[in-house]
Write a protein that binds this ligand. Structure first.
Ligand SMILES: Cc1cc2nc3c(=O)[nH]c(=O)nc-3n(C[C@H](O)[C@H](O)[C@H](O)COP(=O)(O)OP(=O)(O)OC[C@H]3O[C@@H](n4cnc5c(N)ncnc54)[C@H](O)[C@@H]3O)c2cc1C
Length: 556
């Protein structure tokens, strides 16, 4: 496919479940076989985000007939919103930067032929200049080396803390070598040590940061260790942060030209050439006559036949042997009427205690990438990628090439910073952000370049989401483990079998589409096994090796 250089030596292999989903996907033997009697059998998929679409696509290849339900917009949290005045110009409201280590995600990016470019992150050549504005002082830089010494001290302290307290080099080496035994051996003590403790605790109690001032911690909270703004995550379980660092999710990130939403949409229309049952030319779109079914309002077990009945918002009910739910798990107790018996109370606890992070983004379209101009008064770029302790937090600049309008993500904020703008309209949010940016760039007329209407999102305000993505708190490891492991259903009572979970919430790396993809693949394995199918001996699937390499189980 288009030769976009996005392949990484290290891929997201573990650490909780060190299994190569990307290798499973690309193996010549395929993902498995289902009994002839199941060919053409309907499997319900609730949610047409990337998890639902990947699962539907692979189930179709295996010979099932996926029946996709979607309450809102296809693509879910991969949402690329067009500016109404220029439909080719888009704002990425959800996932926008994808690390090259996300090997399973990129398997599908390649499959559907999407082009990618380096993401304009702070202090990277794609930015191409960065301003870090802290405590009223703006620092202009191309790379970390241009910043005052205190920033390098912070970066070194973070690296040192990871070496001292989290075995970073050893873990990354084992992950790069895909040494599953070694990964598990090294990860287990880290899980036990850090499940109960926050990211802030890790930083504050580390030897490296304790030698420095509070100001260093504050700077770390603003600038982070890659893409900025990490103090929003300070209350999270430290394990969440370690997974991101060990999987290099903050490194080598790329954006999808034309928007990330194209990925689920192209999968919907893609016609695989290795279908096991359907005629060549079959796609998810053709199996659905062009459109998914509407949102699901109830999920019940039909007590007479044991099948699972889904009712959609227009009161149509259909029964399935297997159902995959990819919506955010809070929706199972708020928006969808679900039989309590379908999950154990231990699992309900996990589904409901899962905690979401909030996030808002506000974008404007501008006439051109004016930030490449040099301001005569400052001798510097008119504007830069900007990290600040002011309310905008992160401002990103998207250059769509010469002769095309460009886009500014005026503000990308999480948690309290996102909640501060929750009641405000798009216009009010844009005005607030522009006021802030004028303080950082007093000599640049940013407003003079804005064209069209602003676009904004608050994921927590959308009833089909209720939040941006999971952000596990201390003590949540057990909940993650219950949700993640649910796809291996052989030991479940019959009343709890046949309903599967996948998506961002179920993943060990929430907030990253890679986890949505790999949990969808786990569910595919579970659904094949549920129908009496199996994998090829040369290409064992996630459930085949789960007893040996599955996540550590901490006692209750
Ligand atoms: C602000 C933000 C920034 C992000 N940034 C990044 C990033 O830079 N890089 C990265 O890799 N990831 C990022 N992510 C995470 C990534 O977007 C998600 O991991 C991924 O898109 C989740 O896919 P999913 O299929 O699990 O869930 P979703 O995309 O949420 O899909 C679930 C679908 O279910 C639908 N649904 C809800 N209720 C019902 C119902 N009753 N019936 C039928 N359908 C229903 C929803 O409408 C939705 O389409 C970001 C997410 C957000 C919100």
């Amino acid at each position: 496919m288009p030769g976009t250089p996005h392949h990484s030596s290290l891929s997201a292999f573990g650490p909780d479940f060190p299994f190569g989903h990307d290798q499973w996907l690309s193996h010549a033997a395929g993902l498995g076989r289902i009994p002839d009697a199941s060919l053409g059998a309907e499997v319900a998929i609730v949610g047409a985000g990337i998890a639902g679409m990947v699962a539907a696509y692979e189930l179709m290849r295996l010979g099932f007939r996926p029946v996709v339900y979607e309450a809102g917009r296809m693509g879910g949290r991969l949402r690329s919103e067009s500016f109404s005045a220029a439909p080719d110009v888009i704002a990425e409201l959800g996932g926008m930067r994808f690390p090259t280590s996300a090997a399973s995600f990129f398997h599908y990016v390649d499959l559907v032929g999407l082009e990618t470019l380096p993401f304009p992150n702070p202090l990277t050549p794609a930015a191409p200049t960065t301003v870090i504005d802290l405590a009223g002082e703006a620092h202009f830089a191309h790379t970390l080396a241009d910043l005052p010494q205190v920033f390098r001290d912070v970066a070194e302290a973070w690296d040192q803390a990871l070496e001292d307290h989290a075995d970073l080099a050893g873990m990354k080496d084992a992950i790069a070598r895909r040494d599953s035994h070694e990964i598990k051996r090294r990860w287990e003590p880290i899980v036990r040590a850090w499940d109960d403790r926050t990211f802030y605790d890790f930083v504050a109690s580390s030897d490296a940061f304790s030698r420095l001032s509070f100001r260093h911690r504050e700077i770390f909270g603003q600038v982070g260790f890659g893409t900025g703004g990490w103090d929003s995550d300070f209350p999270n379980s430290m394990l969440e942060i370690l997974r991101v660092v060990m999987s290099e999710f903050e490194d080598n990130q790329r954006r999808i030209v034309g928007g990330a939403e194209q990925l689920p949409r192209r999968l919907w229309n893609h016609t695989p050439d290795d279908l096991q049952h359907w005629p060549t030319g079959t796609s998810l779109a053709s199996l659905h006559a062009g459109a998914p079914k509407p949102g699901v309002v109830s999920i019940h077990r039909d007590s007479r036949h044991g099948r699972i009945e889904l009712t959609d918002r227009w009161e149509n009910t259909r029964a399935y042997d297997a159902v995959l739910v990819t919506t955010q798990s809070w929706l199972l107790t708020t928006n969808i009427d679900v039989d309590e018996d379908l999950f154990s109370h231990r699992l309900w606890m996990a589904l409901d205690r899962t905690r979401y992070m909030q996030s808002s983004k506000t974008f404007v379209m501008v006439d051109r990438p004016f930030w490449n101009d040099i301001n005569p008064l400052t001798g510097r770029n008119e504007m830069s990628m900007t990290l600040t302790d002011r309310n905008t937090r992160g401002t990103y600049l998207f250059d769509n090439g010469p002769g095309k309008p460009a886009v500014i993500c005026l503000s990308y904020a999480w948690m309290s910073d996102a909640l501060k703008v929750l009641p405000k309209s798009a216009d009010e949010r844009a005005a607030l952000a522009l006021d802030t940016l004028e303080k950082i760039y007093p000599h640049t007329d940013i407003r003079g370049h804005v064209i069209g209407e602003p676009i904004t999102v608050s994921w927590e305000a959308d009833p089909d989401f209720l939040g941006a993505f999971k952000g596990a708190l201390p003590g949540h490891y057990r909940y993650n483990e219950r949700m993640y492991s649910h796809f291996v259903q052989r030991d479940l009572p019959a009343a709890e079998r046949g309903i599967f979970l996948a998506g961002d919430d179920v993943s060990w790396t929430p907030g990253w589409a890679e986890g949505a993809v790999t949990t969808a693949l786990n569910a595919v394995w579970g659904i094949v096994a549920h129908h009496g199918g199996s994998t090829h001996a040369d290409n064992p699937g996630p459930g085949d090796v789960y007893d040996e390499f599955g996540p550590i189980v901490l006692g209750d």
